[in-house]
Design a protein around this ligand. Structure first.
Ligand SMILES: [Zn+2]
Length: 486
């Protein structure tokens, strides 16, 4: 069964390459991603940078007018309350519009606590050491840790990460209040609730990005990229579920949830049910089996296996596979990128092994991936290598290598290869990646100076939204890489 699937995907991938050749055949198919992929837009909005829209609180933002229990009146509480006030405005308007006139009722309680400070009992849970934020349906409350969680997120991802957390928790409140209208019953599994909450958060961020918020603004480039990166760090349920991280979805799935809401709005989120998610998160069991997976060392042997896997995936008579060279990532002629470069003149992928090892070393306890030179994981490094390899594929069939579409095509083809490599490779190739690795690719795409969605000069696609979506399109269906990015 597994071998058969592998063959099918390989055939699809070969077909991609064949079609890139410009045989002129139109490819039809149902788009798998939520938004329209366009390097120049984020689900239809123009890509803006910080010089055009400065992400954060607007100058002269109105007071929230809200009270929080146990607050300290400090910056974190003020920021959280501003977010909640904004969320109330959004849902006051959106809930009746989208859900048969149902009125949104504000939360019954908002509670601030310090996980390092005195302990409180909230939602039947002790807050001592609880680095978290959560919605509690028992008393219709949202609580947040102002002592550790919010300041840490702010330090790493900026103030909008606090808004992201509150938007997600309010998403849970909305879902609870909607009940059946959000496809929620007592039996609904955590994963469905989490996906919906991420989706509702995405819908709210669309409203901010559309310029409708009085308090916040966000650039659709860097601003939204950071929000997507924040998704890795939100782990919320209080109580017994708190340790089952798998139940909240991989970052890969979570980013999907956010993007679905951003593109499709709250009604899209309400449609997310177990059936849809089962179909989408096809590898869930695989992930569970794989939780003890160690990180593979990055060395000559494993790099050789990556090359074999790529050769296999892109094997057609028309493709001239590039050679690999560990020379510090220097092209003899033309521009070099780091830690990997594709040198078209001699069809070589050159790399800096030491830098790849660093990138491929997962964070130690307490370190955050992608920050201050902390590595991400093996697949981040392997995907960088793969990205430059796909430039050789693109060159062979005569595509431009130095524009945004090349960056999108690269991400798409890396995603297609990742899908092939998820199944056990054929022949002697024992490389196998797991969906957990996809998180490393997403992290690398969003956090690092990534080549995964970059053209030959190392210029990444501006919108992280489009980077991830292009990767996902290739991962879902390799044929789409040519349908979308010729
Ligand atoms: Zn949640």
């Amino acid at each position: 069964m597994r071998a058969r699937e592998t063959r099918r995907v390989l055939v699809a991938l070969v077909a991609v390459v064949a079609m890139v050749c410009g045989c002129g055949k139109a490819v039809t198919g149902t788009p798998k991603a939520e938004g329209e992929i366009d390097a120049g837009s984020v689900a239809g909005l123009p890509v803006t940078d910080e010089s055009q829209v400065q992400t954060g609180l607007k100058a002269g933002a109105p007071d929230s007018g809200l009270q929080v229990e146990n607050g300290d009146g400090g910056e974190m509480d003020q920021l959280a309350l501003a977010a909640v006030a904004d969320l109330y405005e959004y849902w006051n308007e959106q809930m009746p519009a989208d859900f048969e006139g149902q009125k949104f009722t504000p939360l019954s309680r908002l509670v601030s606590y310090d996980s390092k400070g005195k302990s409180l009992k909230l939602c039947q849970t002790d807050t001592k050491g609880l680095v978290n934020a959560f919605y509690c349906s028992l008393d219709d409350s949202i609580a947040w840790d102002r002592g550790v969680l919010l300041p840490e997120l702010t330090k790493q991802f900026g103030k909008m990460s606090v808004v992201t957390v509150l938007a997600h928790e309010t998403g849970h409140a909305v879902q609870f209040k909607l009940g059946g209208k959000s496809n929620i019953t007592q039996a609904t599994k955590t994963i469905v609730k989490e996906q919906q909450a991420d989706c509702y958060a995405g819908a709210f961020f669309r409203w901010i990005a559309d310029g409708k918020s009085k308090r916040f603004q966000i650039s659709t480039g860097e601003g939204i990229n950071k929000v997507l990166a924040t998704m890795f760090f939100i782990r919320d349920p209080a109580g017994t579920d708190a340790n089952k991280q798998g139940a909240h979805g991989l970052a890969w799935d979570r980013v999907y949830g956010f993007q679905a809401g951003f593109s499709g709005g709250p009604t899209r989120c309400a449609r997310m049910d177990q059936k849809e998610i089962d179909g989408r998160i096809a590898e869930e069991k695989f992930v569970e089996k794989d939780t003890q997976r160690g990180n593979i060392d990055i060395n000559d042997t494993t790099i050789g296996k990556i090359k074999s896997s790529l050769d296999e995936a892109f094997k057609t008579s028309n493709i001239n596979p590039p050679s690999f060279k560990d020379n510090g990532s220097k092209c003899a002629s033309g521009k070099s990128t780091t830690p990997v470069a594709y040198c078209p003149d001699d069809n070589t992928v050159v790399f800096d092994k030491a830098a790849l090892v660093k990138l491929g070393t997962p964070p130690r306890r307490g370190e955050e991936p992608g920050l201050d030179g902390v590595g991400i994981g093996d697949f981040a490094a392997f995907a960088e290598l793969a990205s430059r390899y796909t430039l050789a594929v693109q060159k062979t069939v005569g595509m431009n290598l130095d524009d945004e579409r090349a960056g999108l095509r690269t991400a798409c083809l890396v995603g297609a290869w990742a899908r092939v490599a998820e199944e056990k490779g054929s022949g002697n190739n024992t490389l196998r990646i797991s969906p957990g690795d996809l998180d490393e690719a997403v992290a690398e795409m969003l956090m690092g100076k990534s080549l995964i969605a970059a053209d030959i000069n190392g210029t990444p696609v501006k919108a992280g939204f489009a980077r991830v979506e292009a990767f996902r399109i290739g991962h879902n269906n390799a044929k789409e890489c040519t349908a979308r990015f010729t």
